[in-house]
Design a protein around this ligand. Structure first.
Ligand code: GAL
Length: 476
């Protein structure tokens, strides 16, 4: 399949590109120089001035997971089907057996002082066949919510975390015209069954990253490499969110339940150019706009457009009550050409011995979290750090990671940002998409042979912060 879109209006396209380069790249060339951000020196100074900082009393503290990564035996979805072509150790299998062990794990979360916990519903369990809803699966999720509430933990429920039921795959997945309505119908059943005890809902996890990986570069199911199809999927996901948002609000109002906060989890990556070249800057800037901002902009304004490249119009604007930010790292971008997808560039690796990296080779760059909180504050919506974490075999590195990123959050809060919570990724070691079980993200270690859980020291250090509401040592 042709991976490129041939622009239908080449003259307009190049004119747009010219404007973008001359007017755009010059002033917003990278995230590094946005006016909201501090230089690394300013940041280093500012973060040492947080001795007296105390997190807000009602701040949501906790961690997250997603159904396919922890539940086990989710054999009725697209990821399961995809995994069957991967080596044995890359398949999710029984994962953390969370389906049977959530009570035990929620008790551990409680001992760690959590006030919030994010998890996702597995669509393929709730609706195993089109239009057929499984009452026992719905009841299972209801029990999870009751269990969390009984422990004083706020449930934050994701309605779609990457996986879709096999029956939907057979209908074309997110490419199918009716997918937004099918999603809204599933959401309606799920939300009605959960009762009014859920006050925070995330409709879709990381729509841009999902689309990029699954439809643009073909690394995730269904393994497509088509810009055109990727754009169709983005539109369907955005419409699915809008319809689900409407349904959720309608149900809560009809039942007289307390109005919930509905948002998405947006992955944000700092994109820096590989070199000082204008083209690399252009690609980094375009990636920032397309991957970090476009979806959120569309949901807020009811439309979004990158001239000559992409435009979207939604049934209605203002369908976000909060923005979830999933932040992990910074990537360097090298331009590959002028047409899509090459104009989005590819990643380059800068050899810099000072840079700290996670086990998966991702740069650890806490200042990026501060940058994004400040940047996304322009949307004037509450921000939830819905994911932030590191995979490492060195648990001391995890503590340091958490400390450093919480400093970034604290600094943004001190400067007036509206951050309502922080959810470390992840509560447990779990199945990592396409990587298997080797990456260890958990606050709690999982021995997959026995399913034994062990609380890591980093979790205890995180607990200290949660209980005191204060940052740990500010030596760094
Ligand atoms: C996110 C994703 C999570 C988890 C995490 C760590 O993109 O939402 O499910 O896998 O990355 O890689």
């Amino acid at each position: 399949m042709n991976a490129r879109i041939q622009p239908q209006k080449p003259v307009l396209y190049f004119f747009m590109l010219f404007l973008f380069v001359v007017l755009g790249a010059g002033c917003v060339s990278t995230n590094e120089i946005k006016k909201t951000e501090k230089t690394s020196q300013e940041y280093a100074v500012a973060k040492t001035m947080l001795q007296d900082f105390v997190f807000p009393k009602d701040f949501l503290w906790g961690a997250g997971t997603s159904s396919h990564q922890v539940e086990g035996n989710n054999n009725n979805n697209d990821w399961w089907q995809w995994e069957q072509h991967l080596p044995l150790n890359m398949r999710s299998g029984q994962a953390c057996d969370e389906w049977n062990r959530f009570e035990e794990d929620f008790k551990l979360a409680q001992t760690l002082g959590f006030t919030a916990y994010r998890f996702s519903l597995e669509w393929s369990r709730i609706e195993p066949a089109p239009g057929q809803f499984d009452a026992s699966a719905l009841d299972h999720y209801r029990q999870m919510i009751i269990s969390l509430r009984s422990k004083g933990i706020e449930p934050i429920v994701t309605l779609n975390h990457f996986t879709i039921p096999l029956w939907l795959v057979n209908q074309g997945g997110w490419l199918s015209k009716g997918s937004p309505e099918l999603f809204a119908q599933y959401v309606q059943k799920a939300v009605e069954a959960l009762g009014g005890d859920v006050h925070y809902l995330i409709t879709i996890n990381e729509p841009a990253v999902y689309t990029y990986k699954a439809y643009m570069i073909g690394e995730w199911p269904p393994g497509k490499k088509s810009t055109k199809e990727a754009f169709r999927v983005v539109k369907n996901l955005a419409k699915a969110h809008v319809l689900a948002y409407g349904k959720i609000k309608e149900i809560y109002a009809q039942k007289g339940w307390k109005e919930p906060m509905v948002g998405i989890a947006q992955q944000v990556l700092i994109f820096s150019p590989c070199s000082g070249s204008l083209w690399d800057k252009l690609s980094a800037s375009l990636r920032d706009r397309m991957i970090n901002h476009l979806f959120v902009e569309a949901l807020i304004n009811g439309k979004a457009r990158i001239f000559g490249v992409f435009s979207i119009r939604l049934p209605k604007p203002k369908t976000l009550d909060f923005i979830g930010l999933n932040y992990y790292t910074r990537e360097y971008v090298r331009n590959r050409g002028l047409l899509l997808p090459d104009i989005l560039g590819t990643e380059c690796v800068l050899e810099n011995p000072i840079v700290r990296k996670s086990w998966l080779g991702w740069e650890i760059y806490p200042q990026g979290l501060y940058t994004f909180i400040k940047d996304f504050s322009k949307y004037k919506l509450p921000i939830l750090i819905s994911e932030n974490g590191v995979c490492s075999n060195d648990d001391a590195e995890r503590s340091e990671f958490i400390d450093d990123h919480l400093r970034a959050v604290a600094l943004a809060l001190k400067e007036g940002a509206d951050v309502i919570g922080y959810l470390y990724w992840s509560l447990l070691d779990n199945y990592e998409w396409g990587e298997g079980f080797a990456p260890r993200f958990g606050l709690i270690k999982v021995d997959y042979a026995t399913q034994k859980r062990t609380i890591r020291p980093s979790a205890r250090k995180y607990e200290e912060i949660i209980r005191s509401g204060r940052l740990r040592s500010l030596k760094k």
